[in-house]
Design a binder for this molecule. Structure first.
Ligand SMILES: *Cc1c(COP(=O)(O)O)cnc(C)c1O
Length: 358
């Protein structure tokens, strides 16, 4: 057990204002009154665990995160169930992944128990901020960054871990509409030996220009390709990808080190196996996708991640041509409903994925 000290926000948000925010939470724009913090230094290790008022961070301009991007993060959601409890989904998987990301970015590892406790502490302080509308949740964002003031290039000897929370609505807004995806030909997200399988801000920074191109072409997300194998697909900027075949198989790119292993991805694979679908994790090319959709052997394509859960992919735009188009398929719809049902407490949690935060 990590001992957290508590200092309450001096002027917390009014009940009326919280109600107003929760009416239309959006995504990532409103933050709760508190934040969990744990400091680390080379000499003291992890120390000074606390819950304090949400507010600006004072950083030295030479703090190494600002220059060399030594930073990692996580993302998970807390749902309010009918029993009044607040539950999150597989937080120990996020904790484990954060340790993996920490190793890749030469950051200190925070143990799983402390990670989960840091979420419990924040949710206890800000329990009023969990929205209750359909598909709505309190999005939890743990992150860790290098704070030492030093311009030399080596791992920081001072690090801060924090958690912030933000009420979240439906990620793409409204009903389940297939998204339009832009195939990035000018930029790759990750290469072998790079940071593709770590959840780090740098991967996102590198994806922004590709995302700009996508937006210019009327697309919501980017599909990144394998840098080594021509036309093999990897993942979206922040979501994993699945294809469904007409003979009951679920295809997804194999984890080769350049793809982030989504907790949603692992859960979808398990749920698919539970219902007798055969899951193939392997190399998948754009040609296979294109041909499959054209000849009817690929019936559905979807993306998945914590923020959007499961989202159908409609059109895939590759330069001047739209190479494939599927709508919202039955399997996409029903896996989404099952997963969201488990997360929100309306479907039996037979794999023990839920963790009660408060
Ligand atoms: C976070 C993330 C995902 C999805 O992971 P989940 O654990 O399912 O939310 C997929 N790809 C990238 C690059 C990510 O950063």
């Amino acid at each position: 057990m990590t001992k957290f000290s508590h200092s309450k926000h001096p002027s917390p948000t009014s009940k009326e204002r919280i109600a107003e925010i929760l009416k239309d939470p959006g995504f990532g724009t409103n933050f709760t009154d508190h934040t969990t913090v744990i400091d680390w230094s080379e000499s003291e290790g992890w120390h000074n665990a606390r819950v304090e008022a949400y507010g600006p961070i004072i950083l030295d301009p030479a703090a190494s995160v600002l220059h060399y991007a030594q930073e990692i993060f996580e993302g998970l959601k807390a749902y309010k169930h009918a029993d009044g409890g607040i539950y999150t989904f597989r937080p120990f998987a996020n904790a484990e992944r954060m340790r993996k990301s920490a190793r890749r970015l030469a950051l200190p590892e925070l143990d799983e128990q402390a990670f989960v406790e840091s979420l419990e502490e924040l949710v206890a302080a800000d329990a009023d901020w969990v929205p209750t509308g359909e598909g709505e949740a309190l999005y939890l964002r743990p992150f860790m960054f290098a704070t030492e003031s030093f311009l030399g290039v080596r791992p920081s000897k001072e690090v801060t871990y924090r958690v912030i929370a933000s009420p979240a609505g439906n990620y793409f807004g409204g009903e389940l509409k297939p998204v339009r995806i832009w195939v990035s030909r000018d930029y790759v997200r990750a290469a072998p030996g790079g940071m593709g399988d770590a959840k780090t801000g740098g991967n996102y920074a590198g994806s922004l220009v590709a995302q700009q191109q996508a937006t210019e072409h009327g697309c919501q997300q980017v599909l990144f390709l394998d840098p080594l194998h021509e036309n093999a697909i990897e993942e979206l900027g922040g979501m994993n990808v699945f294809l469904v075949t007409n003979d009951g198989r679920l295809l997804t790119p194999a984890l080769t080190g350049t793809i982030l292993e989504g907790v949603t991805r692992s859960s979808v694979i398990q749920l698919a196996k539970d219902r007798g679908l055969e899951v193939e994790e392997r190399r998948i090319t754009l040609d296979e996708w294109d041909r499959g959709v054209s000849d009817g052997t690929i019936t559905e394509v979807f993306a998945c991640g914590t923020a959007a859960v499961v989202t159908p992919i409609g059109e895939l735009v590759d330069g001047d041509k739209v190479i494939a188009s599927t709508g919202t398929g039955e399997i996409t719809q029903s896996i989404r409903e099952e997963l969201l049902g488990i997360q929100t407490g309306t479907v039996e949690d037979r794999h023990n994925w839920l963790h009660k935060l408060g």
